[in-house]
Design a protein around this ligand. Structure first.
Ligand SMILES: Cc1ncc(COP(=O)(O)O)c(C=O)c1O
Length: 388
């Protein structure tokens, strides 16, 4: 039989989602995949049920129901400082996942390069390949995940089409400062490139950190695609509702790709999203407060077990240096350690190699997520005590 697609030979299935399947099979604690195991707000659930009962069950406007685009524009103005016209600048997608691939498909031509900070969220590797871009990686270095300005500047050239930013960052917990974003912005202006910024953790910040959106910086709205989603902020990762905000010129292209990829995100859930985006400030304060407590608790558990790391400043992951625990358990590498952690203490993690282009760079690391309720976090602490 003839060959299948060569492009799909260039990447593997998601390791993160595979870890969830392994974890489910043995009934372990899933600190691998970043989904909350507690309920989403009651009024958001009620709004979804009401939308279904009101027969909002047919195809949506392909690029998003008008009420939702309007709510996104309001929120983007208030929280992110981004001005957008709901009629022309917003595309509602099936999660941030679709927003990212649709955005890259909308801007990439053969021969184009994209710059990606490394370690990076696993999807960006296949996203680059599927869109036909050649990635260039710029390292975020321990302990505080700074990049080297010279290395960043050297990554740009006339083939650079875009830089992908994720702040707050998965897996490092880094929150890009205004000064860092300004540095990236001036390089993008110098080399005439776009920014695709994944801000899905925009409300999950610690220790007084403030979220800065690239598109709010002077001159950057025209060349920035801002991506976010309901998944993490409202604990509805299974709903698959996200969005991309960009200038009309870029949005026209994103909408075309989106229309033929998925037609639209689920209609009733788009209507419930309007309720979610209207939740009061207190909701976001209590979400961040829970995650800060969870971060400090799991941070203590991991440190006691022998893992080294810097506490995240945002998002809900801890990428650890696992050398001590690997020696203790006789693990060959990160993947072997992830397997041994499930076998010995029933805790699923993600091998560090999933976040690097060269798997060897992550061979001594594993990532834990802590987006869980106390019914999970407390037994995890008890189980992890078995590692000492
Ligand atoms: C940085 C980042 N972007 C996007 C996603 C996926 O978002 P969505 O569920 O909206 O597709 C995740 C999920 O872990 C993520 O960590």
């Amino acid at each position: 039989m003839k060959d299948l697609s060569l492009v799909t030979e260039k990447f593997t299935e998601s390791v993160i989602r595979e870890m969830t399947r392994i974890c489910d099979a043995v009934g372990g604690y899933n600190l691998a995949q970043g989904f909350p195991d507690f309920a989403c707000p009651r009024e958001v659930k009620e709004a979804a049920l009401a939308a279904i009962r009101d027969d909002k069950n047919q195809y949506p406007v392909t690029f998003g129901e008008p009420e939702l685009r309007h709510a996104i524009a309001l929120k983007a103005l208030r929280y992110n400082g981004i001005k957008s016209d709901p009629a022309t600048d917003i595309t509602v997608t099936c999660g941030a996942t679709e927003a990212m691939i649709a955005s890259l498909r909308a801007i990439i031509n053969p021969g184009d390069e994209i710059i990606v900070f490394e370690p990076f969220y696993e999807n960006y590797g296949p996203d680059g390949i599927l869109s036909g871009a050649t990635p260039r990686y710029v390292k975020l270095a321990r302990p505080d995940w700074r990049y080297c300005s010279d290395e960043l500047a050297a990554a740009f050239n006339e083939r650079t089409k875009a830089i992908v930013i994720n702040t707050p960052n998965n897996p490092t917990g880094k929150v890009f400062s205004r000064a860092e974003l300004e540095e990236v912005a001036s390089l993008c202006q110098k080399w005439d490139c776009y920014v695709v910024t994944d801000e899905i953790y925009e409300h999950i910040l610690y220790d007084g950190e403030r979220h800065v959106s690239m598109a709010s910086l002077p001159g950057m709205a025209e060349r920035t695609i801002t991506i976010s989603s309901l998944s993490k902020t409202y604990s509805v990762t299974g709903w698959r509702v996200g969005w991309a905000i960009a200038s009309e010129r870029i949005t026209r292209r994103i909408r075309k790709v989106h229309d033929f990829l998925t037609v639209g995100a689920p209609t009733p859930l788009q209507h419930a999203a309007v309720t979610a985006l209207g939740l009061p400030e207190a909701y976001y304060v209590s979400l961040a407060a829970h995650y800060r407590e969870a971060r400090d608790f799991i941070g203590g558990v991991l440190a006691a077990a022998g893992f080294s790391f810097a506490l995240p400043r945002g998002a809900y992951y801890i990428l650890t240096d696992a050398a001590v625990v690997m020696r203790r358990l006789g693990a060959r590498d990160d993947t072997d350690l992830a397997r041994k952690l499930i076998e010995t203490v029933g805790v699923a993690t993600v091998p560090g190699s999933s976040f690097y282009a060269d798997p060897g760079d992550g061979a001594g690391q594993v990532r834990f997520c802590f987006c869980k309720g106390w019914e999970t976090l407390r037994p995890v602490a008890a189980a992890m005590a078995g590692l000492r």
